[in-house]
Design a protein around this ligand. Structure first.
Ligand SMILES: C[S@@+](CC[C@H](N)C(=O)[O-])C[C@H]1O[C@@H](n2cnc3c(N)ncnc32)[C@H](O)[C@@H]1O
Length: 283
């Protein structure tokens, strides 16, 4: 019965009525949850952490995170409450919710302070591909206020290296409010300078995404990723599945990827100076 319903949902287009289709291509519902789970666990998510899923939708990632985290640690903001209610009724079961006590907020402001909490991880997957400049700025500045001192904020956006940048997704700087299911793009410079103004330092990640680009923002400069972190973490690419051969960023590259970018010139200079000192010491 559930399997038949899932197969039928795959006939719908992204943005369709079914809870699996509304949030994106229904054929990738499983993958888009799994890749978020892999990313945050690769970045150190542990069961005692507090996690905020911004626009949690039909729990694509939540259905993996809720069982993983300790009770009361998963928070979701979602104005379209029928999405997670349908997912709970259809796939997760009320029993799991009773045990793990996720906390949901029915709120459309994208002001993350509505939660009244601070978080070790905040994730906004495929949210800033649907916000005008006003909402993006508001969300990023509120993220700073609810990020724990060593917290990590992961988000996706359609920037220059994403396949739909510009032509298929008009520029978000000219848009206002929430735009859906259409998408908008921002330049990487816009993303990073809005982050900087909000008191966040952002790095682009090489983590695989079929349509967008992953970013990671922190308030504590000690939490920025370096080359060693990037090597350990790798790039979340997919083997043995032809559906995931295209992605934002270079393809068919078997070299270890640089999973970070320096946006902040000061940080780049410090990094180069540190490495130069190390080289001189070795010589
Ligand atoms: C493309 S879906 C992504 C869902 C989820 N992050 C995921 O990866 O599965 C966008 C989600 O944002 C929700 N949304 C719409 N307006 C919102 C708002 N103002 N604040 C937060 N979420 C919103 C939609 O209902 C939808 O669930």
């Amino acid at each position: 019965m559930l399997e038949r319903d899932i197969e039928q949902s795959k006939q719908q287009r992204a943005g369709g009525d079914h809870y699996r289709a509304y949030v994106g291509p229904p054929k990738q519902y499983d993958f888009m949850g799994a890749t978020q789970f892999r990313l945050v666990t690769a970045l150190g998510l542990r069961e005692e952490h507090r996690y905020l899923d911004v626009g949690c939708g039909s729990l694509r990632a939540g259905r993996l995170l809720i069982p993983y985290l300790m009770p009361g640690r998963y928070y979701g903001i979602e104005p379209n409450t029928r999405l997670y209610k349908d997912a709970i009724a259809g796939e997760l079961g009320q029993g799991l919710i009773d045990i793990k006590q996720p906390v949901f907020f029915d709120d459309a402001s994208l002001d993350l302070r509505v939660t009244g909490e601070t978080f070790d991880f905040i994730v906004a997957q495929s949210i800033f591909s649907h916000t005008g400049l006003d909402m993006l700025e508001g969300a990023l500045s509120s993220a700073r206020d609810v990020l724990a001192p060593s917290g990590q904020f992961l988000f996706t956006a359609i920037t220059e290296s994403a396949p739909g940048f510009g032509e298929r997704s008009p520029l978000g700087r000219d848009a206002k409010g929430w735009i859906y299911p259409e998408c908008v793009s921002f330049s990487e410079d816009e993303i990073t300078s809005i982050c900087n103004r909000a008191g966040l330092q952002a790095q682009r990640l090489a983590w695989f995404h079929p349509r967008q680009v992953w970013y990671r923002a922190v308030t504590n400069p000690d939490m920025l990723l370096n080359c060693q972190h990037a090597k350990i973490m790798d790039a979340g690419r997919v083997l043995f599945d032809d559906r995931f051969q295209t992605q934002a960023g270079p393809k068919n590259d078997t070299q270890p990827k640089r999973a970070y970018t320096f946006f902040n010139l000061r940080h780049l200079r410090e990094h180069l100076a540190k490495n130069k000192t190390k080289r001189i010491r070795k010589e």
